[in-house]
Design a protein around this ligand. Sequence first.
Ligand code: TYD
Length: 201
Amino acid sequence: MSLPYVAFEGIEGAGKSTVAQRVGERLEADGHEVVRVREPGGTAVGERIRAILLGHDLLPDPWTEALLFAAARAQLASEVVGPALDSGAWVLSDRSVYSSLAYQGAGRGLGIDAVRSVNEPGLQDVWPNLVILLAIDAAEGLLRQDVGDRIGDEGVEFQRTVADGFATAAASEPERFVIIDAGNPLDDVVDAAYREVRSRW
Ligand code: TYD
């Protein structure tokens, strides 16, 4: 059976972090051990890479950006996610490789397949088995965003392209994705996400 590695995905302002946090609390209340991670980051190496990627002081070129995200993710997979899954914990991730497919593959125009292929070697089988895609209108999402990072500040057209990238990725792997309307009240979104997780494990 596949291991409980769940990624929460979506464009800016979709509410991933809050929903992931609340779903995790419910799983813990059910008695499960839950390990929470966020991307990019979650390891000492990854947090340094995060500073390069999201600060406003540096401007990596698109492939440098994609490869740095992949590098931070490979470290997280080997240091945290893989061992947590092996020990029987549930892993809830705020973003994942699917953010790279959407942001760098679609948003930066590098191609979803090309970005997938540079991520695969560092991850191997440490790959999210369920992706909860929180869908929201790009303009509404930007209104909800508090402080933007370098990539989050790219503007509404970029966010729309990223949203299309997520939709394309979801359509090509329908068994791995569930799409939840993040425009609904937060409690309903959390309930729906929790039910989807529990229906699989
Ligand atoms: P973060 O501070 O985690 O905020 P949020 O997830 O709430 O948006 O910002 C991560 C930023 O990095 C966000 O703008 C999306 C972007 N990103 C990518 O472009 N590619 C990736 O692979 C990942 C993980 C994130």
